[in-house]
Ligand binder design. Structure first.
Ligand code: GLA
Length: 728
């Protein structure tokens, strides 16, 4: 059993296999946070609530009590001056609220969150605690929910707000989770970047005040990521404490840690309150998205592995989650907009010879789209390019022996499109202001049901018309000029969130009508790579940057929190189209093998010696992909920190097999080998290195390491595959 209530001590104890989370109730009914960390044998630690100044003991000190009390869900305006999680305005326009425990219930399993992506789990895998609280002045109720995923050491939280009063209330901020703790010299680990260099890992100490990662761009963004980990200074990959918080949401977010006057840390996460307000009519409720909490006392590596297991087992619903994905070839970097049926068929024929399994037709197949300045919204096949129609093209590609995939950017409209000419008010915009263009496009107002319905039908109609096995769903600009032509004045603050709900509705309908479809999300590369999107698609395009060296950093940051099987990764041509860098074809293959694997090049034109390597890479994919798919990930060395090389491993769950990838980013003079100490093996087992047949002990590989040699020059790489042989 994962959830226990100690009646006498008024403590809830939530246990996973290795962690405990303790919540305590005060006499007044405040719901306080006692402890989160390594598993405790008994309920305890109540003194951490520091209730000696609680209002029932000393009313005159209520404010100093509230300003130090470790609150499970802090509210605003009544004496806690730290960041609140909930701001509510009453009908007089005054802001303040305060909640008191009323009841609780525990259920097996976990209910879905209406309209939102969220983790799932059956009885036996998870249990859920609901704590119902009331603000008697406002007539507002809050239900705090906690689901405990025992095996993965994850606890998820979310919040539902219900207006049981007779007046309309306005929610000006609704975060989903808070973690109040005494400071332990915490440092924040987060992911930051830009287009072409998403999710680089950064780490820095907290100092007094607030430090946050956030987005106001209408999507989770290239720039900052809805994740943070608080770690102790000694935390490395393999040791030390790490508290991870990850938001299951794809729009504006806030992830913030605040170090306060009493050396307490308050970490909060939720929908960004900037330009957010939500009108809650009597008897209406608001469901906030979910936050994933994970604790590791074995460093960041253990945190990553817990999250990988959690997302694979409890967030990605796709039937592909544990399946080998077809090796695809995408024509974007091969042709950009300049293609037609013949060109695609040429690529397909050559790809088939090399063992590639799917052709993906990227941007440019619809409307009059020969460059990126028109036609988004006009989802009708351009028969000047696809001369015999889409169905015929798909059939021919299928006859060649490849599956077929297609690109869409359904949320957008070009000013130069029939759709915009017909429905100019369907684009998001502010009255009287010329809309800001980005890549010469506008964003559709997905808060409107008729727009969502129209967009859905456009996509579904194409999918119904031919044998399409895969969709790449793109979103190539961020939101601004945020106004809806139909929302009333007092609901304009709902647009950002309603937009995201519209996206979720679209993808939900898509995977419901086409359950076998392989969906890959994308946003100008990896700007909407978040746990919300992996609920719908088992893979997301990591970045438009396909340079193998840059990818090392992007994939390291992504793999810190997402399973490798989510990372869309392709081999592209050189010189790289973004960086102009030339890297060996073999290294490009080895780096892409760490993700979904595919090609993004004109296979009819690349150098013969590169093309000849493809069948070998395809074979490696078939041989090793099960490890990438479901193995345990270990980061061994990192180019982005201090090393001239990058190294990671994936170990099968039964520790029978391991694939190690090592990339020498920069060669150094007078040095011909590196020693890499492997991780995660069984020290009792013997392992055979496939390449040479040499036998090593698991302990030997982990303690003495392996010697990496023979890498001559920059950007060289090597794979090592070990399989266990009979134990001594
Ligand atoms: C985005 C994607 C690319 C490609 C282009 C097409 O940038 O990330 O992979 O699909 O759009 O316009």
């Amino acid at each position: 059993m994962g959830i226990y209530f100690d009646e006498e001590k008024k403590i809830f104890k939530l246990d996973t296999e290795n962690t405990s989370y303790l919540i305590g109730l005060t006499g007044e009914g405040y719901v306080g946070h006692i402890y989160y960390g390594k598993k405790l044998l008994r309920t305890g630690g109540r003194y951490l609530l520091r209730t000696e100044k609680s209002p029932s003991v000393l009313k005159r000190e209520k404010s100093s009590f509230l300003d130090t009390f470790p609150m499970e869900y802090p509210t605003c305006g009544v004496g806690d001056y730290r960041e609140s999680c909930l701001d509510v305005m009453n009908p007089m326009g005054q802001t303040g609220c305060e909640f008191f425990y009323r009841s609780h219930e525990v259920i097996e399993g976990k209910p879905a969150l209406k309209g939102l992506p969220a983790s799932f789990g059956k009885a036996g895998e998870t249990e859920t605690l609901f704590i119902h609280c009331e603000d008697p002045v406002l007539g507002l109720w809050v239900t705090l929910s906690y689901s405990v995923f025992m095996k993965e050491d994850v606890i998820t939280r979310s919040v539902k707000i219900e207006n049981k009063s007779t007046s309309t209330l306005v929610l000006d901020k609704v975060y989903s989770a808070c973690l109040d703790m005494d400071n332990r010299d915490f440092e924040m680990v987060s992911l930051a970047g830009s287009w072409g260099r998403e999710r680089r890992i950064q780490r820095s100490a907290l100092s007094y005040g607030r430090k946050n990662m956030s987005s106001v761009r209408g999507e989770s963004s290239h720039q900052e990521h809805p994740f943070m980990a608080l770690v102790t200074p000694e935390t490395t990959q393999d040791q030390g404490e790490a508290y991870g918080m990850h938001f299951v949401y794809s729009g504006n977010f806030m992830a913030q840690a605040e170090l306060g006057q009493y050396d307490q840390v308050r970490a909060v996460m939720g929908i960004n309150a900037w330009q957010f307000s939500w009108q809650l009519l009597p008897s209406e409720s608001f469901q906030a998205p979910e936050v994933v909490l994970v604790y590791s006392d074995e460093g960041l590596g253990k945190m990553s592995r817990s999250l990988h297991d959690f997302y694979r087992n409890h967030m990605i619903r796709s039937p592909y989650v544990f399946k080998k994905r077809p090796i695809l070839i995408n024509n974007w970097e091969a042709t950009y907009f300049n293609f037609n049926t013949e060109k695609l068929l040429d690529i397909a024929r050559e790809a088939k010879k090399a063992g590639i399994e799917m052709l993906v037709m990227d941007d440019g197949w619809f409307g009059k789209r020969n460059n990126d300045n028109c036609s988004l919204g006009d989802w009708v096949v351009n028969e000047e390019k696809i001369t015999t129609g889409l169905k015929d093209l798909v059939d021919k590609v299928n006859e060649i022996g490849l599956e077929f995939g297609i690109w869409f950017e359904p949320e957008m409209v070009s000013p130069d499109s029939d759709l915009f000419r017909e429905h100019p008010d369907w684009a998001i915009g502010i009255v009287g202001r010329e809309r800001t263009q980005s890549r010469e496009q506008y964003v559709l107002d997905l808060s409107r049901q008729e727009v969502v319905d129209h967009v859905y039908e456009c996509v579904a109609k194409i999918l119904r018309s031919a044998n399409i096995a895969y969709v790449k769903w793109d979103m190539n600009r961020q939101l601004c000029d945020v106004g809806s032509a139909v929302l009333p004045q007092n609901q304009q603050g709902e647009l950002f969130h309603r937009y995201v709900l519209g996206v979720y509705q679209l993808q939900e309908r898509l995977v419901t009508e086409f359950p076998d479809l392989l969906l890959e999300n994308c946003s100008g590369g990896g700007a909407r790579f978040d746990p919300g999107m992996i609920y719908y698609s088992p893979q997301i395009w990591c970045s438009d940057d396909t340079d193998a060296m840059e990818r090392l950093r992007i994939q390291e940051g992504t793999a810190l929190i997402y399973p490798l099987s989510c990372m869309g990764a392709h081999v592209s041509d050189c010189p790289n189209h973004i960086l102009n860098r030339v890297t060996p074809f073999s290294t490009r293959g080895n780096v892409a093998l760490a993700g979904t694997f595919g090609y993004e090049l004109d296979i009819t034109k690349i150098a013969e010696e590169d093309r000849e390597q493809i069948p070998g890479q395809v074979e490696q994919y078939h041989k090793y992909n099960h490890l990438v798919q479901s193995g345990d990930y270990y980061r061994i060395a990192s180019w982005s920190s201090e090393k001239p090389y990058d190294c990671w491993a994936v170990v099968s769950k039964d520790r029978e097999e391991v694939l190690v990838t090592c990339v020498q980013v920069l060669a150094s003079p007078n040095r011909n080998s590196y020693c890499m100490r492997l991780k995660g093996l069984d020290s009792e087992k013997l392992y055979c290195l496939e390449e040479t047949g040499e036998i090593f002990g698991g302990d030997e590989l982990m303690q003495c390491g392996i010697l990496i040699s023979g890498l001559s020059g920059d950007f060289q790489s090597k794979l090592f595959y070990f399989k266990s042989v009979e134990t001594m």
